[in-house]
Design a protein around this ligand. Structure first.
Ligand SMILES: [Zn+2]
Length: 464
């Protein structure tokens, strides 16, 4: 089958995959501990049924976290390939982030997919429903092309706790690793620099999340009667949080490292690893003109190769319900992104040390670990990288580039450690408008079509 007839066939099949993605969004498979875990069972079941309907041998696994609790389900489906053909693992996760405040969504309800102007909106549409659907569609089209046979041995791996740090994945790899021991791993969970511009991600930051609690009193008291002497916990928390950056907005935690930017190296020259400009970041985020960017050094460096830290949640009295009262306790959730090359455990210890050392007025600060996920660098000289860049360039009609990603896919580092010989391809479907994790998350259906096409080309080329 020529590439142009494959392209046409994929194009005609897209309404079906748009419907499939809508089905996935409706499952509402939020993996955070505060959500109903049966929804993640439902999404695992959905993935298993989809694979089963495509003639795949499929199994759902549950393994334990290092702390001993049962992890969320991982789906593994396998197709044997022709003798001597490579083993390719296609990865995408089936859990999603919480929908957030429905009032912030301007397009649809978080778990009701809706297509507007070629984009499909809904939680999980981009992250990582699009990856899952891309894999299912790739299998469909390759099965048609091969009259029911795939060109290579293929395994689909779909975990259910990517959004919460893949805590049981290490034990999955210990117990069932042989199932996913691949020549090439394709991780369809990355992003592209712009609509219509494909990219492979070759570096990922790590993630460390903690809950921090500051306690100042046994109970709330009158702010007029005791203010000026008794410290409210929200003020104390604000002082603690303010200590995390220096006056330029650089992360001010002793003992954290930044990765060396790869500018000028062979890697950059051969694959034109792109730079991010300040204007692009401002436009992507909608940053107001009068607001400066945080930190110093190149924007690319700060986004992909340096650590960052943010407050992603804080429990305080909301303004509407506030009264003249000093609050005795305040809890916040902090998210630290670590540079590629950073040791996750040491970075976590550095953060905990910092929070204790900067306890405001010597107050009691409690730190509890929420999530640890390692950063990683992918070997961009691996032969499969060039094959993938060629396949993406052909499918998109635009030169594919390599780039870094400030976000984290903890599974990749775990996999890399276990299977150092595997070539890893972190591919992109999301464009900067995808707003993964936020309100109005969406995927551009044209980009979904192109990733399906590029995956078909990739698997054919790897098998040739
Ligand atoms: Zn994801």
């Amino acid at each position: 089958m020529t590439s142009s007839s494959l392209r046409d066939r994929i194009s005609q099949s897209m309404p079906r995959y748009s419907d499939l993605l809508s089905e996935f969004v409706a499952i509402d498979s939020v993996s955070q501990s505060t959500a109903d875990p049966s929804r993640v069972d439902a999404s695992a079941q959905w993935v298993a049924e989809q694979l089963g309907a495509r003639g795949c041998d499929v199994e759902i696994y549950r393994t334990r976290t290092p702390e001993g609790s049962l992890g969320l389900p991982t789906v593994v489906g396998h197709y044997p390939g022709p003798e001597g053909s490579p083993h390719v693992v296609l990865y995408a996760h089936h859990d999603v982030m919480p929908g957030g405040d429905p009032a912030e969504w301007t397009t649809t309800e978080p778990f009701t997919a809706r297509v507007i102007d070629g984009r499909l909106y809904g939680r999980g549409s981009a992250d990582d429903g699009a990856g899952l659907v891309a894999h299912l569609a790739t299998i469909d089209h390759l099965l048609i092309e091969g009259n029911g046979e795939l060109p290579c041995s293929l395994t689909v791996l779909s975990e259910g706790e990517e959004e919460v740090g893949s805590a049981s994945f290490e034990s999955f790899l210990e117990q069932h690793g042989h199932l996913v021991d691949a020549d090439v791993l394709v991780v369809a969970d990355g992003g592209n620099p712009a609509l219509g511009e494909p990219a492979l991600t070759t570096s990922l930051r790590g993630v460390i999340q903690v809950f921090v609690t500051v306690s100042t009193m046994d109970h709330p008291v009158h702010s007029g009667m005791y203010g000026g002497v008794a410290c409210d916990a929200v003020t104390a928390m604000c002082r603690l949080v303010a200590s995390l950056h220096d006056e330029h907005g650089n992360v001010a935690i002793d003992g954290l490292r930044g990765a060396v930017h790869r500018q000028g190296t062979v890697k950059r020259d051969s694959f034109s690893c792109i730079d991010m400009s300040e204007d692009t970041v401002r436009a992507d985020c909608g940053i107001r003109d009068d607001v400066p960017l945080l930190g110093q050094g190149s924007v690319t460096d700060r986004l992909w190769f340096q650590p960052s830290i943010s407050v992603i949640g804080i429990d305080a009295v909301d303004v509407a319900h506030s009264s003249c009262t000093l609050q005795p306790q305040c809890r916040a959730r902090l998210s630290l992104r670590t540079a590629p090359g950073e040791n996750t455990r040491q970075a976590y210890e550095a953060l905990v040390r910092h929070l204790h050392n900067h306890a405001p007025f010597g107050m009691h600060v409690e730190v509890e670990c929420d999530e640890l996920g390692a950063a990683c660098l992918v070997d961009d000289q691996a032969p499969a990288v060039q094959v993938a860049l060629d396949a993406m360039t052909e499918a998109w009609g635009h030169q594919a580039v390599t780039l870094g990603m400030g976000a984290s896919i903890p599974f990749v580092a775990l996999y890399q450690e276990k299977f150092p010989q595997a070539q890893i391809l972190v591919t992109g479907i999301e464009d900067p408008d995808a707003r993964a994790h936020g309100a109005d998350e969406s995927i551009h259906l044209g980009e979904l079509e192109r990733i399906i096409h590029s995956q078909c080309l990739l698997l054919n080329k790897l098998s040739a």
